[in-house]
Design a protein around this ligand. Structure first.
Ligand SMILES: [Cu+2]
Length: 118
């Protein structure tokens, strides 16, 4: 009775170990290229400093006075963004200093991550 779960575990472990080992040599370049931008978007380097000027929770919009947004090639200014998701800034209030991730998608400026920067 105790042997069965144990061998199942060992089998699962072997399977889990063999998948990354097989994937690595064949697909090193594409895997690394695809993974890098995704992880960079949540790193502190991609975040911009700003201050909350206005919050429209029902419309899911936030107005930020922001420093230059390097990934959008945008100088410092005050502007509004669409929050994605709309609940993203629920813990924030006007006047909060924040750091955030901005993206442009289909002509819309989005904030996809935001946190207090105190
Ligand atoms: Cu702007």
């Amino acid at each position: 009775m105790t042997l069965k779960p144990h061998s199942l575990l060992a089998g699962a472990l072997l399977a889990a170990l063999s998948i990354p080992l097989q994937a690595q040599p064949g697909a090193t370049a594409p895997a690394a290229g695809a993974a890098a931008p995704a992880s960079q978007s949540v790193s502190p380097a991609a975040m911009t400093l700003g201050e909350v000027r206005r919050l429209d929770r029902e419309a899911g919009k936030i107005t930020l006075r922001h420093e230059a947004i390097l990934n959008l090639d945008m100088p410092a200014m005050t502007m509004s963004f669409q929050l994605r998701p709309a609940t993203l800034a629920d813990a924030l209030k006007v006047g909060d200093k924040v750091r955030f991730v901005a993206r442009k998608e289909g002509g819309l400026f989005l904030v996809t991550a935001i946190e207090r920067a105190d």
